[in-house]
Ligand binder design. Structure first.
Ligand code: PEP
Ligand code: MN
Length: 347
């Protein structure tokens, strides 16, 4: 924060202001000008409340925030990229483009095991599948809950894939973190602050999806919640936002990927399935994700999308999944080579 005192403010007034700022935990740096004193406040504190207090003081001319409202997740705080170990040998944010794939929901043992074999054979390193499902209608399938988590664990045991699955409430965090390698926060819960705080203590990396009506700054503030509460392992996910366009389920904000890379050191992945809602559009956006420098992809794949309980229209069928992976493989190799070079250049 920069606090500019009114012209010719008295020594006592400056002292009072400094005292108030220090009460918020900031360190002070003062500059004595010809006509006025300018105070720089450095550190971490309740900036919103502090600014409000200072703006209400007669002797203060202006008080402005100069750094981003998110600190720990910002590039200023940490210039080098965060590399997140999702499971042994699976790193996101490093020199491998990570593909996460699987059905929208865990439906049955046969469905999840078949999906796991299919996505593992195609080159995915992480298997997705929702056991707790956030559905718009309370009458729709809500997920198999713990039974679904057990099936995911079985799929991991059989295939060696890491597991990403959604948690919807803070009360379920210990349960879900007990099974998942990567805990997903869905778009509808991006600003569930009780959940974000609980995830700060969950001991697992978090996949934080952007809310459908949330700005990039709000996404970063939500990530800041998790990090500020003790967990620096957060992967961000662009999954499309709501616009006036109706041809696609959401509008894929592809520019969010490089924007986020400019603002944060956290890895960023793309979800072309929820972004488009149509399986035919997913491969093109998957290519775009690699080309634009995302750290990975999360896609919905189902052994038989026509029978899927949720999100069948956007789920890749086995043939499309295989062809998509074959298609992006050369791009992934180029991506990895570029990342390796960039990593070497920074050492
Ligand atoms: C999902 O991953 O199945 C899901 C519900 O995604 P989102 O939260 O992005 O809508
Ligand atoms: Mn889904």
């Amino acid at each position: 924060m920069i606090i500019s005192m009114r012209r010719h403010a008295t020594k006592e007034e400056v002292e009072t202001v400094i005292q108030r700022i220090e009460e918020y935990g900031y360190r002070i740096h003062t500059i004595q000008g010809e006509e006025r004193v300018v105070i720089g406040a450095i550190g971490i504190g309740d900036v919103t409340s502090c600014l409000e207090v200072l703006e209400g003081m007669e002797c203060v001319d202006k008080a402005v925030r100069i750094s981003a409202p998110y600190k720990f997740v910002s590039k200023e705080f940490q210039p080098h990229k965060t590399v997140i170990t999702v499971a042994p040998g699976v790193e996101c944010g490093g020199t491998e483009f990570v593909v996460m794939a699987g059905p929208c929901s865990v439906e049955s043992e046969a469905q999840i095991l078949e999906s796991a074999r299919l996505v593992a054979a195609g080159g995915a390193k992480v298997m997705r599948g929702g056991a707790f499902k956030p559905r718009t209608s309370p009458y729709d399938f809500q997920g198999l809950e713990e039974e679904g988590l057990k099936l995911l664990a079985k799929a991991r045991q059989e295939t060696g894939l890491a597991i990403v699955t959604e948690v919807m409430s803070d009360a379920d965090v210990p349960l879900v973190a007990g099974y998942a390698d990567l805990v997903q926060v869905g778009a509808r819960n991006m600003q569930n602050f009780a959940l974000l705080k609980a995830l700060g203590k969950c001991g697992r990396p978090v996949l934080l999806k952007r809310g459908m009506s949330s700005t990039i700054k709000e996404l970063l503030m939500s990530a800041e919640y998790v990090v500020a509460h003790g967990n620096s392992q957060v992967i961000l996910c662009e999954r499309g936002i709501r616009t006036f366009e109706t041809e696609t389920r959401n509008t894929c904000d592809i520019s969010a990927v490089p924007v986020l890379h400019e603002l944060t050191h956290l890895p960023v992945i793309l979800d072309p399935s929820h972004a488009t809602g149509k399986r035919s559009l997913v491969p093109a956006l998957a290519r775009a994700a690699v080309a634009i420098g995302a750290d990975g992809l999360i896609v919905e794949v189902h052994p038989n999308p026509a029978k899927a309980i949720s999100d069948g229209a956007q789920s890749l069928d086995p043939a499309l999944w295989r062809s998509m992976m074959k298609d992006i493989k050369p791009y992934m190799a180029l991506w990895a080579a570029a990342r390796q070079q960039a990593t070497l250049a920074t050492v």
